[in-house]
Each structure stands twice: as C-alpha cells, then as structure tokens.
Design a protein around this ligand. Structure first.
Ligand code: SF4
Length: 317
C-alpha cells in the first residue's frame, strides 16, 4: 500500500504514457488515483487502451456532467439505519467497515460516499452490532466498504467475533477486491480467521477482466478455497474494459476453473464521473445471451441492475 501509485504523473511515467494526452489531473483531484504494484504489473506498458489501466486512470470524461448521473445513484443515504449500517433488502444488512480501498476504481458507485461518518473501530461498531442483535429477522451480515480486508487482522477478528456471537446471523458475506489487486493480503492467518468463523462465510470477489487473474491471484484463491470458503465473483459491465462476449466468456471460464462462481454482471451504477463506462442494456443482454450459448448455466452471471428502493437487484436478462 505504501508503494502504491498515487499520481497520474508517476503512473504514466511508469507505463510510458503521456499524461497530458491520456489522463486528467482535474479528475484525480475529485477522486484521487490509487493503484498498487501487483495490479499495475498486469498492465501492458505503452497501451492507453489496456483494460486494467482504464479502470484506474483519471480521464477528462470524468469531469463532464451527464444528465441521469448523480453522486448517490443508489440512494444509500436513505437506506442508512445508523452511520455505516445499511439495510437495502429484507433479512440482510450491510456494514460499511472502512472507507479505504486497495485501489480506486474510476466507476465506483461509492466514489462520493460520506466515508468520514463511517465507524471504523470495534467500539464505534457496537451500536450497529446491537441493532443487528436486536432484530432476529437478520440472518446475513455483509461486510463492505471501501474494502473490509483493509482492516488489520486484529480489528477484523474482533468484528467477526462480535457478529458470530449473534445466533440468528447464519451467514457472513465479505465483499472485497483485495485478493484480486493485492493477492498477498490472503495470508494464512486471514484464511484461518475466515474459515473458523461460526457463520457460513462467503467471499464475494470483484474481477472485471481475465487479465486481472494472474498466477499470484490464483494462488490466493487456492488458499481461500482450501478453507472451504464459498467464492463468488461480481463484475461490472464497463465500456472499453469487458464489453465483448469474448472477454466475458474468458473471464467466466477462468473464474469457474478457479472454483469461483460468476455471480453478478452489474449494469453500471449511474454515478457522476463514470458515464463514459456505460454500456447500453441491449448490448449487455446480447452479451449474456451469447454467454448462455457458450458456457454451462452455472458459469453465466446474472445480469442485474440496482434500483433505489427496490426489494432486490433487478435481473435485466
Ligand atoms: S474496490 Fe470496490 S469499493 Fe473500492 S473503489 Fe473499487 S469498486 Fe469501489
């Protein structure tokens, strides 16, 4: 994390690109560039269209205001029960554990989330943990962020222990991109902690392109699988990154070969600064239809969009 790329200039210099031609300093002021070495190593130098680079490089298009795009496209502010505790769907709650991420994805729907209000220590979370304990209908707790694996192991252990003590919580779901972007985060102690948790543990990864799954990532996935942790993946359909049948097919094949079920392919959430990533739904439907012809059913992700106030994510195709 300390050695990560934090400026457009340094990243472009490393990749042999001209920052004034390919990037935007103004966009980086709104949402800073942040990319760790293990991820940047997978980017092809000298290629401004590299699909991994497009996910992290601030570009001029981000500064355009586009109708229909907003800072809070999923109305998460309205779903907030307490600071950092959200209930969007029945029986499940989402705990925003930290505002930190190991990478800044330019299309992130929480790029403007008020993370300063989010509790980030066990005493701060007590209020939310009490609220979960008081509601027996809640059977699943989702740790989200930011990225919950940004917490140090001791803090994460305390949090998971506190949740494990609530008997009606049967499942603990962890949404994380860290095993993909810094696979060495998947240490033996982390795997032991997740594998030993009393609720059924489900790790939902976030990979968008097959080039993100290199040998180090495969080894991290093997470590998670060895602890019998259920592994799912969600991706976001992104213009220029993965908006072709070939790319999505390759991603899904790689995922299932690693024992990860491709769970969701998300339509882009319409957050300010991300409009240039949007792929039309008709195009998305055609991609999924072709995936169904090429892959076994379990390898085809459900194409969904999230609409504020709806009781579940809405399947598109
Ligand atoms: S890792 Fe997830 S939460 Fe963090 S910036 Fe990327 S999409 Fe957003």
């Amino acid at each position: 994390m300390r050695a990560a790329f934090r400026t457009v200039e340094r990243l472009c210099e490393h990749l042999g690109l001209n920052p004034s031609e390919h990037a935007s300093i103004a966009a980086a002021r709104d949402f800073p560039l942040f990319a760790p070495w293990p991820y940047v190593r997978r980017i092809r130098p000298g290629d401004p269209a590299d699909p991994l680079l497009l996910q992290i490089l601030p570009v001029p298009d981000e500064t355009k205001s586009v109708p229909g795009f907003s800072d809070d496209p999923l109305a998460e502010t309205a779903a907030t029960m307490r600071p950092g505790l959200l209930q969007k769907y029945d029986r499940r709650v989402l705990l925003v554990t930290t505002g930190a991420c190991a990478i800044h994805c330019r299309y992130c729907f929480r790029r403007s989330f008020p993370y300063a209000d989010v509790p980030n220590s066990i005493s701060d979370w007590q209020d939310s943990i009490d609220a979960i304990a008081e509601d027996p209908s809640i059977d699943e707790v989702i740790l989200s962020g930011g990225d919950p694996l940004m917490l140090v192991d001791s803090t994460l252990t305390q949090l998971i222990d506190a949740i494990s003590q609530i008997e009606h919580v049967s499942r603990l779901r962890i949404h994380t991109r860290l095993p993909i972007v810094i696979p060495s985060r998947v240490t033996d102690s982390l795997v032991g902690m997740l594998g030993d948790a009393r609720p059924q543990t489900i790790v939902v990864l976030h990979a968008n392109h097959p080039d993100e799954l290199d040998t180090e990532v495969e080894q991290a996935i093997d470590r998670l699988s060895s602890a019998r942790i259920n592994l799912l993946n969600q991706s976001v359909l992104l213009r220029g990154v993965n908006d072709s049948v070939q790319c999505m097919e390759s991603l899904c094949r790689k995922l299932v070969n690693l024992g990860i079920l491709p769970y969701y392919m998300h339509q882009l959430d319409r957050v300010n600064g991300a409009a240039h990533f949007e792929v039309g739904k008709d195009e998305g439907r055609k991609i999924v239809e072709s995936l169904r012809e090429r892959l076994p059913g379990y390898a085809v992700p459900t194409y969904v969009e999230e609409l504020p106030g709806h009781a579940s994510k809405k399947p598109i195709a």
